[in-house]
Design a protein around this ligand. Structure first.
Ligand code: ZN
Length: 160
């Protein structure tokens, strides 16, 4: 069957940036998602539409169809006093912050004596993504999976 709305798809993939660095990969077919439920980035979902089990494809996805462009307004300088005194703040630390759209993850990009700079951009914002994909399995989603908007089963979501 071809990948369409409500297909459950298992993939192997290799994701690299334009410099050729491998950002992420799956080689055992354990990556599974529900097509049409915003489980994966829109650019990859549309590239996979109509494809079938066994097909391989290489697809380059611009930031706007992946994790978006970088937004300089997402960078904020926060007084050091906003953080607990007994916690050492280092570049690269991530924590949840309250933003205009609810909680979001931010990463510390700069620390000075008085201020801490945090960046709310997704780590892959502004990055063009190169996927090399092999389709391992395609099946129709169950009624429950469609209702929940995610995959159930050994490789999917476990409700415990
Ligand atoms: Zn569920």
């Amino acid at each position: 069957m071809q990948i369409d709305q409500n297909s459950v798809v298992s993939l192997n993939y290799k994701l690299s940036n334009d410099a050729g660095d491998v950002i992420d990969e799956c080689t055992d077919g354990s990556f599974t998602y529900l097509q049409g439920a915003n489980n994966i980035i829109p650019g990859l979902e549309s590239a996979l539409t109509g494809k079938s089990k066994g097909e391989k494809l290489d697809v380059t996805i611009p930031p706007k169809d992946a994790y978006g462009e970088r937004d300089d307004n997402s960078t904020q300088v926060v007084p050091r006093t906003m953080f607990p005194e007994d916690v050492t703040i280092d570049v690269g630390m991530q924590f949840a912050a309250q933003g205009p759209d609810g909680q979001a993850m931010v990463v510390v990009t700069k620390v000075s004596d008085d201020n801490v700079t945090v960046d709310g951009n997704h780590p892959l914002a502004g990055v063009q993504l190169n996927f090399s994909v092999e389709i391992i399995e395609v099946r129709e989603a169950t009624a429950e999976e469609k209702e929940h908007g995610h995959v159930h089963g050994p490789d999917g979501h476990d409700h415990g």
